[in-house]
Design a protein around this ligand. Structure first.
Ligand code: FES
Length: 99
């Protein structure tokens, strides 16, 4: 479903949205839009409160890092990955499939 326009998620930024009731964090990694579940696997807090550094999402709360596109865990204190979702960009609009 459509969650945002490309203008709302500039390069190097994160944006929290909702797709079919699922909290999703969009990341613009050098022009490529990626989507992860907006829930840190450490303590279930929103990843969209954090920052994008290169291709990694850095959790604001305790500094865990995840690959912004695959959701792979990069650093402690998180020990599990976060879920990633397929993204499509059409005519400047961002669609995320959380099914
Ligand atoms: S809630 Fe994200 S690192 Fe603790």
């Amino acid at each position: 479903m459509k969650v945002a326009t490309i203008d709302q998620c500039p390069v190097g930024m994160l944006k929290g949205v909702t797709a079919d009731g699922v909290p999703v964090v969009l990341a613009n990694v050098e022009g490529k839009i990626c989507a992860l579940e907006d829930v840190c696997s450490h303590e279930d807090l929103p990843l969209s409160d954090g920052e994008l550094e290169g291709n990694e999402v850095v959790c604001l709360y305790h500094g865990a890092r995840f690959d912004a596109c695959s959701g792979a865990r990069k650093t402690l204190p998180a020990v599990r990955p976060v879920r990633s979702y397929p993204v499509e960009v059409r005519d400047g609009e961002i669609f995320v499939d959380t099914a």
